[in-house]
Design a protein around this ligand. Structure first.
Ligand SMILES: [Zn+2]
Length: 409
């Protein structure tokens, strides 16, 4: 029986990420190949957000304790927060979420109803003081990079904004070649720590139901899984053993706009309270990459592959090696990630096996060198007829730019 894909084992075997006891448990670092996957994901999501009308910001990973007292994290979430640091008579905390910072960014300028919905996005760091016993791989970590955004809008705009966010999530899953195990409407449950206001909870849950019903996806309502400030749609993924976790979320929040006294100027010239929609398309980069590793067994869709093409000269004849090196340069010029594997690194068969997860392998012999052609071997075992190198590279570039999960098309 073959072992189920485990992102920890594959992550180490494929040189994607690792940990060091000196950096600390739950604080993995990304090796170049893992960083390439993560970077491709970051670029994808930033571009998708930009096209969907989001504006990107940067905010610091620390904040004063008072900030989280106002947001409610301090009283509802402090068990998961790092202890505060004393600094010049103040206490600062590693942030447990980006929401309070984005609320302050919204509040820093006055807003007219004409500017809404205002969509603020950031791929930013946040921290969770997970207990040592549960730490491991990329799924239980203490430092998290979150694909986060907050949509500030009127009550009438909430359903449409939340629906559009769900659409972004579904398109991203298609591009990543993964599927949701289940959609969950996460509601408060007995005994949990939630901000009190039954009427607001009822309204936001009703809005989320409307979004889910309109989207046509099947979902289950589950009690006890809401955020402390509001209910949410959780898009669940399952690992190869069937264990579920939440990757993406859409949340409706009436609470933090109150706490931060956010407002916009309406058409009537008076101040009105916006609603805050929290949403994450691909969740944390750590969890997203862990899931991609397991879902694809390391054979990522071409746009995510750490190396997209390897050039393999058949012999160490100078012309062949130079042709292969030139092919790599032409890939890099097109924005592709390519690598040369020379004959001193093994027989052709051994080099092909070593590059078995690379989507495209270009074997360069005397014929390819003379004609500036490549005969591509695909990761799935298919072999394409020799074609002019420029044409083949253009085709690959098109597939990569389209975030296709296919190797040809
Ligand atoms: Zn948030």
């Amino acid at each position: 029986m073959t072992a189920r894909p485990d992102h920890r084992r594959l992550g180490r075997e494929l040189d994607l990420f690792d940990t060091d006891p000196l950096m600390g448990a739950g604080l993995p670092y990304w090796l170049p190949d893992g960083a390439a996957v993560r970077h491709a994901l970051e670029e994808y999501v930033r571009d998708a957000e930009r096209r969907a009308g989001y504006q990107h910001v940067y905010s610091p990973v620390l904040g004063k304790r008072e900030l989280y007292e106002i947001s409610g994290h301090w009283s509802h979430y402090s068990e998961d927060m790092f202890p505060p640091m004393e600094l010049g008579g103040e206490q600062v905390v590693l942030r447990p979420s980006l929401c309070p910072h984005h609320a302050l960014i919204y509040r820093s300028r006055s807003h007219s109803y004409r500017e809404l919905p205002l969509r603020i996005a950031e791929l930013g760091g946040m921290y969770r003081s997970e207990p040592s016993g549960v730490l491991g791989g990329l799924t239980r970590v203490r430092a998290i990079q979150l694909n986060d955004a907050h949509l500030f809008c009127t009550l009438e705009q909430v359903a449409e904004e939340a629906s559009a966010a769900l659409g972004l999530i579904h398109r991203a899953y298609e591009a990543m070649g993964i599927r949701a195990a289940r959609h969950r409407l996460s509601l408060p449950g007995p005994g949990g720590k939630y901000v009190a206001d039954p009427e607001l909870w009822r309204r936001s849950a009703a809005l989320l139901r409307e979004v889910l019903d309109r989207s046509g996806v099947a979902y289950e309502a589950v009690e006890g899984e809401a955020a402390f400030y509001g209910p949410k749609i959780d898009v669940q993924i399952a690992d190869p053993a069937g264990r579920e976790s939440t990757l993406s979320t859409v949340q409706i929040d009436f609470h933090q706009p109150e706490r931060f006294d956010l407002h916009y100027i309406g058409a009537d010239g008076a101040k009105h309270r916006p609603v805050m929609v929290h949403r994450s398309v691909i969740g944390s980069l750590e969890r997203a990459v862990a899931h991609l590793i397991e879902a694809h067994g390391g054979a990522f869709p071409p746009w995510l592959a750490p190396t997209q093409l390897v050039a393999l000269p058949v012999s160490d004849a100078r012309a062949e090696v130079e042709q292969a090196a030139d092919l790599v340069r032409r890939c890099l010029d097109r924005g592709l990630r390519a690598r040369l594997i020379t004959p001193d690194q093994g027989t052709l068969g051994a080099r092909i096996r070593a590059a078995r997860l690379v989507p495209y392998q270009a074997v360069i012999g005397p014929r390819e060198t003379a004609a500036d052609e490549i005969a591509l071997r695909l990761r799935d075992g298919r072999r394409l007829d020799p074609q002019p190198a420029a044409e083949a590279l253009d085709r690959i570039t098109r597939l990569v730019r389209a975030h296709s999960t296919e190797l040809t098309g």
